[in-house]
Ligand binder design. Structure first.
Ligand code: LCS
Length: 393
């Protein structure tokens, strides 16, 4: 097949050739835990890596392989790997890159469970970390130690929507042989491609925009072939957080509409953000698409569009935030994001409740911050629901 270069086409076709599967238009689902060998000798060779072929679905599965090839192609990586959750992906990547006494430099603001994982590996395995805002090269250099092995970045950061200048991070890391890992969950490869900027590894909670339908928990990783193979045969194989073939199949199905969904998420979010900004009860709207977004230049440089996530603050602390959530009708109160349904959550008591209050404050997560995952409904319906909730509080 002729090599395809446009994202909207790649997301539907890459990694799959129907002619090799009896012409099946839909990706076949190989719902099998194990694979038979034609002979004992063949089994021996497959275990020794001397013969191509599947062995056991924790080590590889044909449906999952299609998904892995697709995410690699979309992110501009050489290879991809699928996991049973975003956290399985994040932990497998970190465990593959650090050992005791190493150090991780991390963006100040990360998903609550990633924060929890960093605490765990510090306490149990003596891998230290620092959370820093990563605003300047000087600040990064001040915190890099001889034992720093990884710079771990979320951009946009969950839930504060702060950005990290990926080009700047790569510039600093490359000279020092430090691996740059980017959690690209909030953007998806349609909006941002960290590997093309020079970052080394991309991780995803594919539970979110990539799946898009709120029906699976999944993680994906993309990067260089040699590195991905090493993770596949070490921290994935031996810890075991692989994606089930059925969930790989659902994810492939969901991903086909990624580009059209992201266009609509972004369009809706822009309109809702502008309305929120003009409402007297809203103190602050944090959305990379609005004119007064402080890191507008970085957004324009590294993101195709501003995304579907908005954070906003109202007056009155936790009580006021909860009151607004309880007033909503169509918009659902739920964690997760990137689904067709608009979701609202309160980071201080939900996704980031495991982060100590003083660290939350430093990250910019106040008790009156609300996070909105703008869905695919008519934007007027999303806004009317928010407006009536704000007016009635
Ligand atoms: N990375 C980011 C940026 C996330 O937002 C999440 C989950 C993960 C990794 C972990 O992925 P999972 O294992 O859940 O697939 N974020 C969530 C959130 O903001 N609300 O609910 C889950």
């Amino acid at each position: 097949m002729k090599k395809i270069s446009r994202f909207e086409t790649k997301v539907i076709h890459d990694g799959y050739d129907s002619e090799q599967h009896y012409g099946s238009l839909s990706t076949p689902l190989y719902q099998s835990s194990t694979f038979t060998f034609p002979s004992a000798e063949s089994g021996e060779k497959r275990f020794a890596g001397e013969e191509e072929g599947y062995v056991y679905s924790r080590l590889g599965n044909p449906t999952t392989s299609i998904l892995q090839e697709r995410i690699a192609s979309l992110e501009g990586g050489e290879a991809g790997l699928a996991f049973s959750s975003g956290m399985a992906a994040v932990s497998a990547v970190l465990f593959s890159l650090v050992k005791s006494n190493d150090h991780i430099l991390c963006s100040e603001g990360i998903y609550g469970c990633t924060f929890g994982l960093l605490q765990l590996i510090k306490e149990r395995f003596n891998v230290d970390h620092d959370l820093i805002s990563m605003e300047t090269e000087e600040q990064l250099l001040q915190h890099i130690r001889p034992e720093t092995k990884v710079i771990y970045v979320e951009s946009p950061i969950n839930p504060t929507m702060k950005l990290v200048n990926l080009e700047m991070v790569v510039h600093v890391a490359k000279k020092r042989n430090i691996t740059v890992v980017v959690d690209n969950t909030f953007c998806s490869p349609y909006l941002q491609k960290p590997l093309e900027i020079g970052c080394d590894v991309v991780v995803h909670s594919a539970t979110k925009y990539l799946s898009g339908h709120g029906d699976i928990i999944a993680g994906l990783v993309a990067g260089r072939k040699e590195y991905i193979q090493e993770v596949a045969m070490t921290t994935q194989k031996d810890i075991g957080g692989v994606l089930s073939p059925f969930d790989a199949w659902l994810l492939l199905r969901g991903m086909k509409t990624l580009a059209v969904r992201m266009d609509r998420h972004c369009e809706n979010a822009m309109k809702v953000a502008l309305q929120l900004k003009s409402h007297p009860k809203v103190k602050k709207v944090i959305y990379p698409g609005v004119e007064d977004f402080v890191q507008k230049e970085i957004a324009m440089k590294q993101m195709r569009m501003p995304g579907g996530m908005i954070s906003f603050e109202i007056d009155g602390g936790k009580m006021a935030a909860q009151k607004i959530m309880n007033q909503l009708n169509m918009i659902k109160i739920a964690v997760s994001l990137g689904d067709a349904e608009t979701l609202i959550q309160h980071p201080a008591t939900m996704t980031h409740s495991v982060v100590p209050p003083e660290v939350r404050a430093k990250m910019g997560i106040s008790d009156q911050l609300l996070r909105l995952s703008v869905g695919l409904e008519a934007w007027e319906d999303i806004w009317e629901d928010l407006e009536q909730a704000l007016n009635n509080c």
